[in-house]
Design a protein around this ligand. Sequence first.
Ligand code: SF4
Ligand code: SF4
Length: 394
Amino acid sequence: MRPRPLAHPGAFEPFDERDTVFARARLVPGTETYERYYERRPEHREADDKTRALKNLAAPGTRRYRPLEAALVEGEFSVSDLIAAAVERGSDLPPNATPEGLGMVGDVDADGPRHHLPDPSPPALTDAVKQAALFAGADDVGVTALDPGFVYSHRGRPRTAFGEPVSLGHGHAVVLAFAMRHGFVAAGPEMAATAEVARVYAKAASACFALADSLGRLGYDARAHVDSNYLVICTALAVRAGLGELGRNGILVHPVFGPGVRLGVVTVDAELVTDEEGCWGIAEFCRTCGKCAVNCPSRAIPEGEPAVVRGALKWPLDPARCYHYWRTAGTDCGVCIRSCPFGKPDTPLHRFVRRSISRTTAFNRFFLWADDRVYGARPGPSRPPLLDIGKIED
Ligand code: SF4
Ligand code: SF4
């Protein structure tokens, strides 16, 4: 049988970013914002209070703590945070303006764009935007129309913007995918894997910021959506932009890089040519597989069939369980990424298997059996290259 993608039954309903675990984790008990949020969402208060009482990621005393890797995690995330703050300060400025104090190269003509593409037609502009995204460091890029269901209804981050309604007039989204290095991904849930995640988020933030700024200089209103400063749901947009399929583990599974990718988005007011949503047999394979669910240390990933959540057919993850585990480990875990059969290096053998999975479901059980035999049904973390992280616990 030919594999089919997950079919969504209706329109996607916008999600409130305040309800994400990352926004909730930053609420400070005793503040008005905290009280108002839990009046609206009392069902989250008890579990969130327990998680908030734990040490933060990369903190000394957490279960997977390693000093060098922890410092790298914080150093890389501080780059993302700086860029996220720069996006914020620039977001209300007119296109082509250089936000004061951002340290960017100035000399922009206030009367209009400084640079003009010779052919601004949608196909040529789309080609230029994709080339620019790859030049900035993306490993893959796709374009989609900005479905309003993929824009947050209200902001949850940064804390200063908590509760602001989101208004985003852009018609298109450019989605950038950045591959993580396989050797580090395979080390999850150890801290070295989290350092790699942080490094790639910083790279994504830098690339998206540069792309949005470049588009501004060409006369288009654009905004970068980067770690801790998103107005849009990146994974849903990435699926729409043809970059992969939504896996059982709740993240994008790319046809080449598997789940080992991080995403960034640039939304823009320009007319662009959109990509088609793709099918590589990934979601169909997930129905048979379930390896991420079996290996998840917090049991946050369901083992059954997908269900409809806000108009989307997906496997409904329990993010609060997942995030609670992160805070005990001190890392962002990543066991579901490391154990995924699609996360293998891009060798001729793995390419052959992926090609077969994309064409027929007939051998899915065999491929899963083979993956279990070769890599283990419950694979442990491997030692990452370069960083000496000491003993890796099972
Ligand atoms: S990151 Fe870890 S805890 Fe979270 S869903 Fe994946 S395996 Fe489970
Ligand atoms: S581990 Fe299996 S079920 Fe989970 S995302 Fe990967 S292929 Fe899908």
